[in-house]
Design a protein around this ligand. Structure first.
Ligand code: ZN
Length: 160
């Protein structure tokens, strides 16, 4: 496996709208494996393809680092999301301190919805429709934003 270079703010490539994936082959699996290695080596909990300069709708997460201090979560989620579509965002707004591998050394409290429904293909290219809440929903929303060229700092209140 190969560690990939992560683009950093203000690189304009982070602002592209990523394209749906149409070819499901071994190279996509290899890319996912390389992204996972990159995410772990950089100690991230999520990584989206645009961050490694691929304009495709793919991200992956592993929320296990949050288990230690997020008592409300019963289990961590390690998952690859291919062509994800978030079909609903509901529940309460809540703040959580977010960071991003593409914006080193900046962390901010960001307000997002607590409950999501998402359709996606997994790493075996099988389709799922799933609800997530709490920190898992939070990480998914952050990574999903990357596919649309949105960074978490875009969501800061203009009053700050
Ligand atoms: Zn990010």
């Amino acid at each position: 496996m190969e560690k990939l270079k992560i683009l950093e703010f203000p690189d304009k490539k982070l602002r592209r709208i990523s394209e749906p994936i149409t070819v499901f082959d071994q190279s996509l699996k290899t890319l996912s494996a390389n992204m996972l290695k990159t995410m772990y080596e950089e100690k991230g909990v999520g990584l989206a393809a645009p961050q490694i300069n691929k304009g495709i709708r793919l991200f992956l997460i592993d929320t296990s680092p949050f288990l230690e201090y997020e008592k409300s979560e019963t289990e961590a989620l390690k998952m690859v999301f291919i062509n994800p579509v978030i079909t609903s965002e509901t529940g309460d707004d809540w703040e959580f301190n977010e960071g991003c591998l593409s914006i080193p050394d900046i962390r901010e409290d960001i307000c997002r919805k607590s409950l999501i429904t998402i359709e996606y293909l997994d790493e075996k290219f099988e389709k799922h429709i799933q609800k997530y809440e709490g920190v898992i929903a939070r990480v998914i929303l952050h990574e999903y934003d990357h596919l649309n060229g949105v960074l978490f700092t875009d969501k800061l209140s203009p009053l700050r």
